[in-house]
Design a protein around this ligand. Structure first.
Ligand SMILES: C[S@@+](CC[C@H](N)C(=O)[O-])C[C@H]1O[C@@H](n2cnc3c(N)ncnc32)[C@H](O)[C@@H]1O
Length: 247
């Protein structure tokens, strides 16, 4: 009998290797994006923000430094443990699943940042997650989802990559299959062969429009990059949607 593996996202994001592979993430860009977003959304300092799939909390920690009351949730216990080092009266971290969030009518703003959506296998689950986003927000609450621009992914040609980070030789293969971008990540560490997968559904703006409509949100804005410039299907780096809770 083989050992059952967990869902890929429960396993990969909770591993130390995910954090090693992506350790050169651009923090300045993330902070500039948040500053831009705050000047655009103009939340009151009394507003509460939830960072939905916060990882180790880089966005939550920065928003809290700006004076906001922030809760970060993530499925990865290891990431939440690390984030919790920075917790204070106005900054909380909790392990929670996007598919079943333990809050009701609790936040003015929900942020789902850096492609933390599209992991699930069915439209029903995507819909359920958006219903959860709706449930946890206060009336007129705002949800922002920062996702990849699917059209651009289809035109990318780099399908094989090899990287050495902290002495680990990662071999990454990427393919597009059934409207998903699927990466396999292989490497040796401590004498054993490791294999992980990333599989993200190539959701388009029209898919998000449906999710928004079915979960009682109104689409307010669609941006195409962290500078909050308008979205363009061919050329934008990101698909960033902002919607308001209607019911
Ligand atoms: C690409 S990372 C981004 C993390 C963080 N937003 C950042 O920008 O650093 C995606 C995150 O989604 C989390 N995640 C995946 N599935 C989840 C789920 N069902 N519920 C909550 N978090 C989940 C992962 O554990 C991981 O931390």
């Amino acid at each position: 009998m083989g050992m059952e593996r967990k869902e890929w996202f429960a396993e990969w994001f909770d591993s130390k290797y995910y954090h090693i592979l992506y350790k050169n993430r651009n923090h300045q860009e993330a902070e500039a994006f948040l500053s831009k977003l705050i000047s655009f959304l103009k939340p009151n300092l009394s507003d509460t923000i939830i960072d939905l799939a916060c990882g180790k909390g880089r966005h939550s920690i920065f928003l809290n430094k700006l004076g906001y009351n922030v809760t970060g949730i993530d499925l990865s216990a290891n990431s939440i443990n690390e984030a919790s080092i920075f917790a204070n009266d106005n900054l909380k971290f909790e392990i929670a699943d996007l598919r079943n969030l333990p809050y009701n009518n609790a936040f003015e703003i929900g942020l789902n940042l850096f492609t933390s959506f599209g992991y699930f296998e069915s439209d029903e689950v995507n819909m359920e997650v958006f219903s959860q986003f709706n449930k946890i927000l206060k009336p007129n609450g705002i949800i922002l989802v920062d996702f990849l621009n699917a059209s651009k992914v289809y035109t990318q040609t780099k399908f094989v990559e090899s990287k050495v980070i902290e002495g680990i030789h990662f071999q990454i293969n990427k393919k597009i299959e059934n409207k998903r971008v699927i990466k396999t990540i292989e490497f040796n560490d401590n004498g054993s062969r490791n294999f992980y997968i990333e599989s993200v559904q190539l959701l388009e703006l029209s898919d998000f429009e449906k999710l928004i409509e079915h979960s009682d949100f109104n689409l307010l804005h669609v941006f195409g990059n962290y500078n909050l410039e308008p979205y363009n299907q061919e050329s934008s780096d990101r698909l960033i949607i902002v919607a308001k809770k209607t019911a």
